[in-house]
Design a protein around this ligand. Structure first.
Ligand SMILES: [Zn+2]
Length: 494
């Protein structure tokens, strides 16, 4: 047995504040040194953060990140801290999906186009189906959307559409009792939406308008994932994957031309993880030819679909290993609470396959060996806080495992996944949840700054383009800090 320490040993032990200080030196963003203007903004932002945390500490039922996003959306939108986070340039967006990157309003606007038909009204269990067609589609029950809208009155009709296209509800706790129920609604949205968004004129417009919305929000680069569905037009033509990617490329270049400080976008081909071997081989061949034809735009490969449905990344490994080394992977993995079940192993396969980033990685902290690996290899984790709550991986953001990743400077970015389905802002709601709900009370402006830097550093851009993007972002950041600091000093920002 060890002898008890002498009094002198006790006195020489580190104090609580020594330990806290050492811990904080490991925080994400801790190595950044703030300028004088940033210090002014930081002390204001920390005052607002402290106020919200203190109020929540007194009554945790009122703390925004502790409750469901839908229950607190109104309060969140009027939070002074949230409004300030909105103004901060957040860098790039690296984890979004093409069909949900815009807003519900853009989708509703698309239904005002001529030749849109609807089959079925808005019954509870059988949502209507839609189709753009010059003539009445074959089959019973098709009506023109314009006629139904006139009959029901436009505002009532549009509200029905909104319910159809969103997960949003005033009573999320009782509506969504399990992850499977949310995924079911999610699949239904995609199914209903597909014939509207896959109509070529809508496809093109929705993408361009979405890019513009990001650009207006001071985000000048993004990477989007997509399944490349059957895009069609009124002549009955079905567009090939090459033609669809060409539309994306043309629209991206159009925005870059119209707004020179927009630095562009890249596409990650993300087919569903369903279908047999033959389907998957077809998908791989499609991807190879896309990669050859658009080496700069088609940046990599991923697979999408509920991981807990037992269709594992492991099934696809033999075919994935045959892909050329130049192809980068950005796998969704670890979006699960099932520690030790099959879906939990997807992260292992993603890392063994050499993934550059991991989408979600929610289950990562249960795997110490993988944690070592991602830190050593600097594999970036794309954290999507609101999405994780939406799919019931956790209820309270204070329990999000990324707290550990923030506390020990892991390579992470924050993104917004399928934000338009749950009425979230482009990135600001997720940044808010990360900053107030997940991070330590001591984490300050440096965390937000580091997240923005990471979003460029871990992007699929080459080093030259990354440096260009960093310089552009830095200019935006410095000018925002300067404006905010002067607003704070003049009392404009109370
Ligand atoms: Zn995703």
């Amino acid at each position: 047995m060890e002898s008890p320490p002498s009094t002198n040993d006790r006195l020489s032990r580190p104090t609580t504040s020594n330990v806290l200080e050492t811990q904080e030196q490991h925080f994400l963003g801790a190595s950044l040194i703030l300028t004088n203007e940033e210090k002014i903004v930081n002390s204001h932002i920390m005052k607002l953060k402290r106020f919200e945390l203190e109020e929540g500490f007194k009554n945790d039922f009122d703390l925004i990140p502790a409750r469901h996003f839908f229950e607190k959306l109104e309060q969140l939108n009027s939070s002074k801290l949230f409004q300030l986070i909105r103004r901060i340039p957040k860098g790039a967006v690296l984890h979004i999906h093409d069909s949900s990157m815009g807003s519900t309003d853009l989708l509703i606007n698309a239904t005002y186009r001529p030749y849109l038909w609807q089959n079925g009204r808005f019954e509870q269990n059988t949502p209507p189906t839609f189709l753009f067609s010059k003539t009445n589609p074959t089959g019973m029950g098709w009506e023109l959307v314009s006629d139904i809208r006139n009959e029901m009155k436009a505002d009532i009709y549009d509200e029905k559409l909104r319910d159809l296209f969103e997960i949003y509800t005033k009573d999320p706790i009782n509506t969504y009792r399990s992850t499977n129920v949310v995924f079911e609604k999610f699949r239904q949205i995609f199914y209903t939406l597909a014939p509207i968004i896959n109509y070529k004129p809508v496809w093109r417009q929705y993408y361009y308008d979405s890019l513009k919305v990001y650009y207006d929000d001071q985000i000048n680069y993004l990477e989007l994932r997509g399944v490349l569905p059957d895009v069609y037009d009124l002549t009955g033509k079905i567009y090939t994957p090459e033609e669809i990617v060409q539309i994306y490329l043309n629209e991206t270049e159009r925005l870059m031309k119209n707004y020179p400080s927009f630095l562009g976008a890249k596409f990650v081909y993300t087919p569903a993880r369903f279908g047999g071997d033959d389907v998957f081989r077809g998908v791989i061949n499609t991807f190879k030819s896309l990669h050859e034809k658009f080496p700069n735009f088609v940046a990599g490969f991923d697979l999408v679909g509920q991981e807990d449905k037992r269709i594992l990344l492991l099934n696809f490994v033999p075919d994935l290993l045959k892909l050329p080394e130049s192809i980068q992977f950005f796998f969704h993995a670890g979006e699960t609470n099932w520690f030790g079940m099959e879906s939990d192993s997807n992260m292992i396969d993603a890392i063994l396959l050499g993934t550059k980033r991991i989408g979600h990685g929610f289950a990562l902290i249960k795997h110490p060996l993988l944690l070592e690996e991602i830190k050593q290899k600097q594999i970036c984790i794309e954290i999507n806080p609101t999405s994780n709550q939406m799919f019931k991986l956790m209820e309270d953001h204070r329990n999000h495992p990324a707290a550990f990743l923030f506390a020990d400077d892991y390579p992470v970015v924050v993104s917004s996944d399928d934000r338009c389905f749950w009425r979230a802002a482009l990135l600001s709601h997720d940044f808010y949840m990360a900053f107030v709900g997940i991070a330590s009370a001591q984490h300050d402006l440096r965390l937000l700054k580091q997240l923005a830097i990471n979003s460029i550093r871990f992007s699929a851009m080459d080093k030259i383009d990354q440096n260009k993007a960093l310089r552009k972002w830095e200019g935006m950041w410095n000018s925002t800090m300067s404006t905010l600091a002067s607003d704070i000093l003049s009392g404009k920002l109370a």
